[in-house]
Design a protein around this ligand. Structure first.
Ligand code: FCB
Length: 441
């Protein structure tokens, strides 16, 4: 790594991130079915129709995983609490086993000096609520608010920070318009509704958390750097529209109470009635903002195609195992831009950044330079953003473990720790050792 811990302010937090459905093993401990289980069981959606039933078995092996975080010299662990594990039907009867598990998990972090950074929703909508329309149903805001209260009553006294929702763009657009994630819809009307309701659910959860005097409440948004495919007006228009849908829709609503015009035009009459009346609920003060960043895309807009008429493709930079271009300057761009245009000096955390790579050799542990360089260059970009005035307070690598990479099943490996999915054995990779060495300096 071309950085050391002492390059950063003394209160800067280094950690690694995971999400419940991707690692826990959803079959354990009385969790209810989610829309990811059925999406995965439907042929053609997920590579090999794999699901999160066993995943990394973190549910049973979390002590070992927390030990590995501690041994690396990490300060914090970003994890999520599964809605369907706590409320198998999404509402109503509480699964005490699920609450007990999160209780043990948080205590395990505290025993090891790790700050718990909780995410309330990282994509596992309970099936019973998906049956009612899930994110397309306005009631989701109240259902999510109720879940927020139940889990907070149990672990809220010990978590260091709480994020409401992970990556609303993926929850709404990727899942209801592009159809790549559960529930796998491709419907403009459902998309318009989900895009609004996910913001409303964020606002409602913030209100419920405030009512319980919770501190350090925020949200995790993802940002993708749109660059023009060429120097035509169509390419510039594509950049602006992609930026509006992906990068501005959520942060603008949450911090300014408005939506970008070009997106509203596209959604037209499909926006929920009287959506304007919800903007005050959505615009809640944030204690911190989580930024997930991975890549850039080259954009083009076809004005004659049905809205949005966008095409995106990688350029000629080096790519990861996902085919995503590696572009660390994009992270610097968003950190400084978010500070300048939206959140001022509100603390920013890089809550996800990392690469999929197929390290080969014995247990994948051979020393391959690509992941080390990726992390190093993005941590450097974060450092430059701080120097340029962004109040960045932490960096979380995605991910601690190789895990269930959604529609890609277990094929794409993001971990600094290799997981053998037959034996579930963990083996730290070269990037784990490099991060540990940098954090010790
Ligand atoms: C993000 C997700 C995370 C993981 C990474 C690679 O979009 O939040 O769960 O899948 O991408």
């Amino acid at each position: 790594m071309n950085f050391k811990r002492s390059d950063f302010p003394s209160d800067f937090v280094f950690g690694a991130a995971t999400a419940a459905y991707q690692i826990e093993g959803h079959a354990h401990g009385g969790a209810g079915p989610t829309h990811w289980d059925t999406f995965a069981a439907t042929p053609g959606n997920v590579i090999n129709a794999e699901d999160g039933a066993m995943a990394c078995d973190h549910y049973h092996r979390y002590p070992q995983d927390l030990d590995l975080l501690q041994d690396a010299g990490m300060d914090a662990y970003r994890f999520s609490t599964s809605w369907a594990r706590v409320l198998p039907e999404g509402r109503g009867t509480v699964n005490q086993e699920g609450l007990d598990y999160y209780d043990r998990l948080v205590d395990g972090m505290l025993e090891r000096g790790l700050k718990p950074f909780q995410t309330l929703y990282h994509w596992e909508m309970p099936s019973a609520l998906a049956d009612l329309g899930g994110w397309a149903n306005r009631d989701v805001a109240q259902w999510f608010g109720d879940f927020t209260e139940i889990i907070t009553d149990r672990i809220g006294d010990r978590v260091h920070a709480i994020a409401t929702i992970n990556e609303p763009w993926c929850v709404a657009f990727l899942s209801h318009f592009l159809g790549h994630h559960a529930p796998g819809m491709r419907d403009l009307r459902a998309t318009a509704r989900a895009m609004h309701h996910v913001n409303l659910a964020h606002g409602e959860a913030m209100l419920r958390l405030r009512a319980k005097n919770m501190q350090n409440c925020g949200v995790v948004l993802n940002f993708d750097y749109p660059a023009p495919l060429d120097d035509t007006p169509e390419a510039l228009s594509g950049v602006d529209l992609q930026d509006a849908i992906f990068n501005r829709w959520f942060i603008e609503a949450m911090t300014k109470g408005t939506y970008p015009e070009r997106v509203l035009e596209g959604f037209g009459a499909h926006m929920p009635a009287n959506w304007q009346d919800d903007m005050a609920t959505i615009q809640q003060p944030l204690d911190w903002l989580g930024v997930n960043y991975y890549t850039r895309n080259l954009m083009k807009h076809d004005p004659n195609a049905p809205w949005p008429g966008l095409s995106a493709q990688p350029g000629d930079l080096a790519t990861t195992q996902m085919g995503w271009e590696i572009y660390p300057d994009g992270l610097h761009h968003f950190l400084t831009r978010l500070a300048r245009d939206y959140v001022g000096q509100t603390p920013l955390y890089v809550t996800e950044n990392g690469m999929a790579w197929a390290e080969t050799g014995e247990n994948g542990a051979l020393s391959h330079p690509e992941r080390v360089a990726y992390a190093s260059d993005h941590i450097q970009a974060t450092h430059r953003a701080i120097a340029d005035g962004a109040n960045v307070k932490g960096f979380f690598y995605w991910s601690l473990l190789d895990n269930y990479e959604w529609a890609f099943g277990y094929e794409k490996r993001f971990g600094i720790i290799h997981v053998d999915f037959d034996t579930l054995e963990r083996t730290p990779k070269a990037s784990y050792h490099a991060l540990k060495a940098a954090l010790a300096q």
